[in-house]
Design a protein around this ligand. Structure first.
Ligand code: 5GP
Ligand code: MN
Length: 335
């Protein structure tokens, strides 16, 4: 069931002149798409907008208008009237922005589609619609509800989120209503549709492809759980850059024998300790979001994630045991 836009949203937006828009760290196409679309939409109605994401950018999305302008928390100056947070299910997803003093007293409007959303925005300003396939669909609905114009730039950004989160129309829930919204952001000649589709879905660097092949050759199948682990040095490219792991979890999830797919990525946490990021995917009759939520993360029924303190050696067996028990319902200790 769709969730209605909270009643106060139009007034809160009308009253704000300077707006800080944020999306989640390790941004995907829906995070960038909804964030940058918000920028173009709000600027078109006369607002001053600053966009922010904590952590390194993802070069994949550099073709999006406004990509260069996205700031990290250390580059935020001045004051704002409102914070709009897109595609984040919990406050930790905005990273260091949650510690900025000048934001603490402001209204926070949360626009999200994760069923695990913790409603961390200002009371009455959480618009969470888990029936929506992407946050970009909600941003489109917001724009239409307010009767605001949609520029070619905004449409391009919205398309990227819709493509990303629907896995290019492949997930359950893609229906005529969704496709009608896709049609609205296509616009006859507002941008090169084909180019945006292929940039969003298909481009990786040579190093990333090599990393994929190295990792995928080591995948392991354990009672329907197909998984691979990577250490932080494997994620480092020839120039010391962080290699993106985009696509790996998708490849694992496509394997016929995989009921649940997991990518474990070891990394150094902000406090210097070792942590493991888990990306979880599952078959349509299963649900990985509950387990992710129990482990301190979140996400969707079929695609969720979490971070756990510890090394691969400690985290992998623990998470696989929990998947077998909680997601697959296998007898504990059995095989
Ligand atoms: P991915 O595996 O692609 O990183 O994430 C899959 C889904 O799970 C996305 O919807 C993402 O927002 C969510 N997700 C991944 N990691 C975390 C996490 O650490 N915390 C929360 N709350 N959600 C996460
Ligand atoms: Mn999303």
């Amino acid at each position: 069931m769709p969730t209605m836009m909270p009643r106060r949203v139009p007034d809160v937006l009308a009253e704000a002149d300077r707006i800080l828009c944020l999306a989640h760290r390790e941004p995907d196409g829906d995070a960038y798409g909804s964030l940058l679309a918000l920028r173009w939409i709000l600027e078109a109605v006369g607002k001053q907008v600053v966009t922010g994401i904590d952590g390194p950018p993802d070069q994949t999305y550099r073709f999006l208008p406004g990509y260069q302008g996205v700031r990290t928390p250390d580059r935020i100056q001045g004051s704002f009237d409102l914070v709009v947070i897109a595609d984040c299910s919990s406050v930790d997803r905005i990273g260091g922005f949650q510690d900025l003093e000048q934001l603490k007293q402001l209204p926070w409007l949360v626009i999200d589609h994760h069923p695990t959303n913790e409603q961390f925005g200002t009371p009455g300003l959480n618009w969470v619609d888990a029936s929506c396939l992407s946050t970009c669909n909600l941003v489109l609905q917001l724009t239409e509800a307010l009767g605001w114009p949609l520029s070619a730039n905004a449409k391009k950004c919205l398309l990227v989120g819709m493509l990303t989160d629907s896995l290019c129309f492949r997930i359950k829930g893609v229906d005529q209503t969704f496709m009608r919204e896709v049609m609205k952001v296509m616009g006859p000649d507002s941008y090169d549709f084909q180019y945006v589709v292929s940039r969003t879905l298909a481009f990786i660097t040579r190093e990333e492809l090599q990393l994929q092949s190295r990792l995928l050759s080591r995948m392991q199948l354990d009672d329907g759980v197909l998984w691979v682990g990577m250490t932080s040095d494997q994620a480092t490219g020839p120039q010391g850059e962080r290699l993106k792991t985009r696509g790996i979890i998708q490849r694992l999830a496509e394997v016929d024998e995989a009921r649940v797919a997991v990518l474990f990525r070891e990394a150094e946490a902000d406090d210097g300790r070792t942590e493991v990021k888990c990306s979880l995917r599952c078959d349509p009759d299963l649900d990985v979001s509950r387990l992710a939520l129990d482990l301190g993360g979140g996400g969707h029924q079929l695609a969720a994630g979490c971070k756990l303190a510890g090394s691969l050696d400690a985290v992998v067996p623990e998470v696989i045991a929990r998947i077998k028990d909680q997601v697959l319902g296998l007898p504990v200790g059995g095989s």
